[in-house]
Design a protein around this ligand. Structure first.
Ligand code: XBP
Ligand code: MG
Length: 236
């Protein structure tokens, strides 16, 4: 029987990428005196790589191949990423990034139904706690038995490791869990961990391949603004 819901964060609980992470990366580049501008369009390509440090290195390799920082690319990316995280956390703290439509309702209803909750994300741990605190309140940090995030597993999504880590921490099997994702890398990770997966799409992921999802929705929805089923049967 279903006992546990496992949530992705970026793109699933909140639309964090276009107006959050992307903007924070650009602020870090500007602060460092670099004239790099990750546009909305280019960021769709950059999102093919999960993890902010990994994404910076991917960008340099592909778009700035002659850029060779004296400290080395790994160190440079780590240093840039620290500043990016600083700017991103400030945006969360200022309440600039809301949860997606229906996400809070789903979490409240799941708790009321006695379901266990966990998080499996490639983003930095503080990004999750700041988002939850700013949107659902301080006490919501305790609603999630496991917040599996960032570099806790070396192989980020699409590898299954972060979901397997979360399930191991919670002592649950894939059969009793349902995962919530928004992207190709996300569903590759969750299904490789043998998880049934519900997808809510967003502007960056609408065209991704979700053939392995049990259900694809445009959003979680609210009673007065219901979701549209894009694939599967919400009655199952
Ligand atoms: C999210 C990510 C993260 C964020 C940025 O993917 O790939 O890298 O874009 O966060 P998913 P950091 O939703 O599949 O977990 O910069 O903290 O990595
Ligand atoms: Mg995601």
């Amino acid at each position: 029987a279903l006992t546990t819901l496992l949530f992705d964060v970026d793109g699933t609980l909140a639309d964090t990428e276009r107006d959050g992470h992307r903007v924070a990366f650009n602020k870090a580049f500007a602060e460092a005196g670099l004239d790099w501008d990750w546009t909305v369009a280019m960021y769709a390509d950059l999102l093919s790589v999960t993890g902010g440090k990994e994404r910076i290195r991917f960008f340099v390799d592909k778009y700035q191949p002659t850029f060779a920082p004296a400290e080395g690319l790994t160190e440079f990316a780590a240093r840039m990423h620290k500043r990016k995280t600083h700017y991103y956390l400030a945006m969360l703290q200022d309440g600039e990034i809301p949860l997606r439509n229906g996400a809070a309702r789903l979490i409240h209803e799941a708790r009321a139904a006695g379901l266990r909750l966990g998080i499996a994300t490639t983003t930095t741990p503080e990004n999750v706690t700041y988002l939850l605190r700013a949107t659902l309140g301080e006490e919501s940090l305790g609603w999630f038995e496991c917040i599996a995030a960032g570099d806790i597993v070396p192989a980020k999504k699409p590898a299954p490791d972060i979901y397997q880590y979360a399930m191991q921490q919670m002592g649950v099997t894939p059969e009793e869990c349902l995962a919530f994702e928004d992207s190709d890398n996300g569903i590759r990770s969750s299904t490789a961990a043998l998880l049934k997966t519900v997808v809510t799409v967003n502007d960056y992921t609408r065209e991704h391949d979700f053939s392995k999802a049990v259900l694809v929705l445009d959003q979680f929805g609210e009673p007065d603004a219901p979701f549209t089923v894009l694939q599967g049967d919400a009655g199952d």
